[in-house]
Design a protein around this ligand. Structure first.
Ligand SMILES: Nc1ncnc2c1ncn2[C@@H]1O[C@H](COP(=O)(O)OP(=O)(O)OP(=O)(O)O)[C@@H](O)[C@H]1O
Ligand SMILES: [Mg+2]
Length: 455
């Protein structure tokens, strides 16, 4: 049986809660102060699975406990002062969820049920973090750069909770993929994940799409229609391009997020819904607010947990990793063994990737079609196949006197090739050797160099 520790300085609150929590299938302990709580936590043989803790206690702040408990212990903050700032801060620091006083019993039960569901998820996420991460794989996401490691940390932390997440980042950075990962790693993974692109549905239809309508609510409504909120019941609703949602509808969405109930169009009675909302935009949210595209109050409500995806150009070695990953998928699909030449990789690293991972994926696909065995820079579109600068090189090489001539040769040849963006003809001309000699040298160095592929 999971063990819950309840901390509150009001004995009547403690007694009432303890009974309720025990009823939900938890072994319960109680404490009136942080000192009492610490004594319980530090007891041997006691593993606390969840702590429900009042924010303000006689001897300190409930958040202080966060740093002291084991990673596997979930902390639910109870606050009488429902401020967005506290909630955001608490989630950032690692609390699993928060409840506001007076406590809504239904919500408390939902939170407790979620804890039971997520106990095994934590173990699973732990595995994902450890081994696969080192290899640069996290669920469906590829990348080992520090920027992506931070993203994986945030996903691990927020996925099992019911917190609303706002995903931001340039187009093609993987927002939809992250939304899917958040769903897959939550206790909701067996229920539907429904994406709705608010920019793709006509403004007049989006309300019906979201909330559904009753039979006969307007001409043509000949039967009851369940909207996304009802169809995603128990699961996750991904509201993509949230800034494209009509402004008036944003008020209604905010109300649903606050109350957990919807009204079908033409309906009389509220319908309770249990849906976790993840929203995304590739615009800067503050700018969208300033331009009147996004309501500020909705932004605050959505941004309980903000998660910004880094552009590809800031992910260093991930560019190569992703390119190889996409190529492997194509090789598997077509039974081929195509590979990138060093020069192609060099172009990839030098490119700015305004379209991010999507651009890279499409580009690899295009190059795959155009190439034979080796994917040369000539298979890349012109904006990526940039010729190296005509300016004289600023690059310097330093050798320690005493290294073999062959080694100095090797370094100079490779550096020159890099400097000219992989253009062998140009590099050979600058080095004063024939193209054939350059190819021979590259082969000697272990690069399987062949003539450029015809396009
Ligand atoms: N880290 C990643 N690893 C593997 N594939 C990725 C990664 N990031 C994105 N992709 C792939 O790149 C493509 C674009 O990703 P996605 O649709 O999630 O981007 P987005 O941020 O939602 O873009 P937009 O703002 O244009 O909707 C998809 O095919 C996705 O599978
Ligand atoms: Mg998207």
């Amino acid at each position: 049986m999971p063990h819950a520790l309840l901390i509150d300085d009001d004995p009547t609150v403690l007694a009432a809660f303890a009974e309720l929590i025990a009823h939900e299938g938890f072994e319960t302990s109680t404490a009136g102060t942080l000192a009492d709580a610490r004594a319980l936590i530090s007891k041997e043989n006691v593993i606390i699975d969840v702590i429900l803790c009042d924010l303000f206690l006689p001897d300190g702040n409930g958040m202080d406990l966060l740093k002291e408990v084991q990673r596997s212990t979930q902390v639910i903050l109870i606050t009488g002062h429902a401020s967005i700032d506290t909630a955001v801060e608490a989630l950032r620091m690692g609390v699993s969820d928060y409840l506001t006083k007076p406590i809504d019993i239904a919500r408390l039960k939902a939170v407790l049920a979620n804890i039971l569901r997520t106990q095994h998820l934590h173990a699973e996420i732990g595995n994902l973090r450890g081994e696969l991460r080192k290899l640069g794989v996290f669920g469906p996401l590829i990348g080992a750069s520090p920027a992506m490691q931070t993203v994986y940390d945030m996903i691990s932390r927020v996925a099992p909770t019911d917190a609303t997440v706002l995903l931001t980042g340039e187009s093609g950075t993987g927002k939809e993929l992250v939304a899917q990962a958040l769903h897959d790693l939550s206790g909701r993974s067996q229920a539907p994940f429904l994406p709705l692109n608010c920019g793709a549905v006509s403004p007049s239809l989006i309300e019906t799409e979201l909330f559904g309508h009753e039979r006969g609510s307007f001409t043509g409504a000949d039967r009851l229609h369940k909207g996304y909120f009802e169809r995603a019941s128990g699961g996750t609703l991904f509201l993509d391009e949230i800034t494209e949602m009509p402004f008036e509808l944003q008020v209604k969405l905010l109300r649903v997020l606050e109350t957990g109930v919807i009204m079908r169009i033409g309906g009389e009675k509220p319908v309770p819904v249990d849906v976790r909302v993840i929203a995304a935009t590739n615009r800067r949210p503050e700018e969208a607010v300033a331009e009147g595209k996004l309501r500020e109050d909705l932004l605050y409500r959505l941004r309980v947990f903000p998660l910004q995806l880094p552009p590809l150009r800031e992910r260093g070695e991930d560019i190569e990793r992703l390119a190889v990953h996409f190529l492997q998928l194509l090789n598997q699909e077509h039974g081929t063994k195509k590979s990138f030449t060093r020069a192609t990789m060099q172009r990839f690293r030098a490119h700015n990737w305004p379209g991010n991972v999507r651009e890279l994926k499409n580009l690899v696909h295009r190059a795959f079609i155009l190439s034979d065995e080796e994917i040369e820079p000539t298979c890349l579109p012109s904006q990526v196949d940039v010729k190296a600068s005509e300016e004289p090189s600023q690059m310097r090489l330093y050798f320690t006197v005493g290294i073999p001539l062959a080694e100095a040769d090797r370094r100079l040849i490779l550096a020159t090739l890099d400097e000219y963006g992989g253009d062998k003809r140009k590099a050979a001309a600058v080095l004063g050797i024939s193209l054939k000699t350059l190819y021979n040298r590259l082969n000697e160095y272990g690069f399987e160099e062949k003539s450029p592929c015809p396009v």
